[in-house]
Design a protein around this ligand. Structure first.
Ligand code: 1Q0
Length: 216
């Protein structure tokens, strides 16, 4: 199998997607953001059944965002900023509770992906700076404790801990990132981290400035 096939994860596509999601005046285009996440789903699906729950949950969140994009007010869901403005102006954010009779808001749904993006940034950083004998399962778990565990229910934390044990070895991960050797791999990881972090930080500012970091 050629490593350039559509269905295979490629870190270059991840980098490009998040890079393309950022406009010159720092708007975040949801289409690029979501296609970055779709690339990550390919990675998870290649890891097998242990990651099925996490992959389905990611797809679920993407689908909710796409549902909003296809809807009557779809044009407001072009960027993170326009979505926030629209949902705020129309009382659609859902600051108090999660509605049962309509799809969750774009803001609270994106917030879940946003937090997970922090996990990814931390994990890739740990992987990039790790020694040869580093254990990715442990790096995953540490990043998870920092970025996501505080927001997850008990059973989710248990399920995620099990998935981490099925994480490939450091060597295998580097091979996926770059068959051309570890140095090149580290450069790719650095590029990925830079682009993820930029998108993350801008989103974080938008959410913080509207008191939206804890949406139910
Ligand atoms: C490779 C494995 C990465 C695992 C990262 C940890 C993510 C755990 C997420 C588990 C979610 C499962 C069940 C449901 C959780 C929800 O309760 C929660 C909150 O939503 P809600 O509606 O209940 O309030 N949902 C979430 O937090 C959304 C989580 C999205 C999933 C994030 C997956 C991140 C995966 C990244 C792929 C790893 C790629 C590594 C690339 C390495 C390249 C060498």
């Amino acid at each position: 199998d050629s490593p350039f096939q559509e269905h295979q994860f490629q870190i270059q596509r991840l980098i490009s997607a998040f890079k393309a999601s950022l406009t010159p005046n720092e708007q975040i285009l949801l289409q690029g953001y979501l296609s970055g996440w779709k690339e990550l789903i390919k990675f998870m699906d290649a890891l097998g059944a242990a990651f099925g729950l996490i992959s389905r949950e990611t797809q679920n969140k993407i689908s909710i965002m796409e549902h909003h994009q296809r809807g009557e007010h779809g044009h407001h869901y072009r960027t993170v900023q326009s979505m926030v403005t629209f949902e705020l102006a129309n009382g659609l954010v859902g600051f108090q509770f999660l509605p049962e009779d309509q799809p969750p808001s774009g803001c609270r749904t994106l917030l879940r992906l946003h937090r997970a993006l922090k996990w990814l940034e931390l994990f890739l950083h740990k992987l990039r700076t790790s020694k040869k004998d580093g254990d990715p399962s442990q790096m995953c778990a540490e990043a998870y404790r920092e970025a996501l565990a505080p927001y997850h229910r008990w059973w989710v934390r248990q399920a995620v801990a099990l998935a981490f044990l099925a994480m490939p070895s450091r060597q295998e991960l580097y091979r996926i990132v770059s068959p051309k050797g570890e140095q090149k791999g580290q450069a790719m990881l650095l590029a990925a981290i830079g682009n993820l972090a930029r998108v993350y930080n801008i989103t974080q500012e938008v959410y913080a400035s509207h008191g939206m970091l804890e949406l139910p």
